[in-house]
Design a protein around this ligand. Structure first.
Ligand code: CTP
Length: 242
């Protein structure tokens, strides 16, 4: 009858739906990339990098907690998302990451390109394990597509595109050049010269440079707190567009 308590699951679903309605990024689809890419040399070996994926996963979780529908394209990583609503797509090589990004990009409001994408890949992949011989070994490399630049060229009015720059010298100049050449709304700069920033750490220190070249420098924070700073900026930009 009317006085009967609803099932606890029903109550939780109702409360979740009510809370979600009030979140700042509700109904916004956002694409995030994270982690390294692995470029195969032969069936046993690859060229990779030190990216752990921590920053990208923290951003994906933060966006989901702000109500966004998140698609996370992840290179090889041991990370897992906390939010069960995040749709995860696993890829290995830069070319697969490009294809996955192109598949989802046209339908999203924003894209955060956090992955450490390989700039070069072996020109051909040996079908068999390369055997050791006397002397050295040369592997011919060819350039991969710049995924972020490709997305920047395809950016629609109202879409928000965010990139990262990991630099070791002339940090702000290099980041500003990437911002302009890749048609970004803002770029997140990390310098490997800052203690506690960069690969595998649980902390990061960033500077956000926007399209007017305004710079905002943040202190050393946990990657979850850094993700919150980046996602608040994304929410601000999305609401300016609406
Ligand atoms: N990026 C990309 N595709 C690539 C290389 C980089 O989408 N093939 C993206 C990264 O995800 C990041 C931004 O471009 O958001 C900058 O990456 P970074 O490695 O700092 O710079 P590059 O453009 O590769 O230039 P360089 O390596 O010469 O510094």
């Amino acid at each position: 009858g009317e006085g009967r308590m609803a099932e606890p699951e029903e109550i939780v679903c109702f409360i979740e739906a009510e809370i979600k309605k009030k979140l700042p990024l509700v109904n916004q689809k956002i694409l995030v990339t994270a982690g390294p890419t692995y470029e195969a040399i032969d069936p046993v070996r690859f060229i990779g990098n030190h990216s752990s994926g921590k920053m990208g996963f923290a951003i994906a979780d933060q966006l989901a907690s702000m109500g966004a529908d998140v698609i996370l394209i992840a290179g090889p990583t041991a990370q897992t998302t906390k939010h069960k609503s995040v749709k995860r797509v696993d890829v290995t090589a830069a070319s697969e990451m490009l294809n996955a990004c192109l598949l989802y990009y046209k339908d999203v409001k924003a894209c955060v390109m956090c992955a450490a994408v390989a700039d070069y890949t072996p020109a051909s992949v040996s079908p068999q394990k390369i055997k050791k011989k006397d002397g050295g070994l040369n592997i011919e490399l060819k350039k991969t597509a710049d995924i972020l630049k490709t997305l920047g060229e395809k950016k629609q009015k109202g879409q928000v595109l965010i990139g990262f720059a990991l630099e070791t010298e002339n940090e702000e100049y290099n980041a500003a050049e990437k911002l302009k050449s890749k048609n970004l709304d803002f770029i997140v700069l990390n310098s490997l010269n800052d203690k506690g920033a960069g690969f595998k750490t649980d902390t990061n220190k960033i500077t956000i440079i926007d399209h007017k070249l305004h710079k905002t420098a943040f202190g050393l924070k946990s990657k979850d707190e850094v993700a919150a700073d980046i996602c608040n900026k994304i929410a601000e930009l999305i609401h300016e567009e609406i």
